[in-house]
Design a protein around this ligand. Structure first.
Ligand code: SF4
Length: 74
């Protein structure tokens, strides 16, 4: 089932605990996080995936110290 990862960019502090849990998370030019195919709108980064990597995304969400990441059904 497809799922969406969202990151609240106001909450993201570029700590990058997420990267080691899910390597789709990467550092953007501004020092905050980005995702492949991700779009930033009004302070929210969002990307939709349909693969077997949801668990990795959920581990990244659990590891984020500022609770900026959410994973939900798309
Ligand atoms: S772990 Fe959280 S605060 Fe750190 S870069 Fe990832 S989303 Fe941003």
């Amino acid at each position: 089932m497809a799922y969406e990862i969202t990151v609240d960019m106001d909450a993201c502090e570029g700590i990058f605990a997420c990267l080691v849990r899910d390597d789709r998370f990467a550092e953007a030019e501004d020092g905050l996080v980005t995702l492949p195919g991700g779009e930033r709108t009004e302070g929210i980064l969002s990307a939709t995936f349909d693969d077997d990597q949801r668990e990795a995304a959920e581990q990244a969400a659990a590891a984020c110290p500022t609770d900026a990441i959410e994973v939900s059904d798309a």
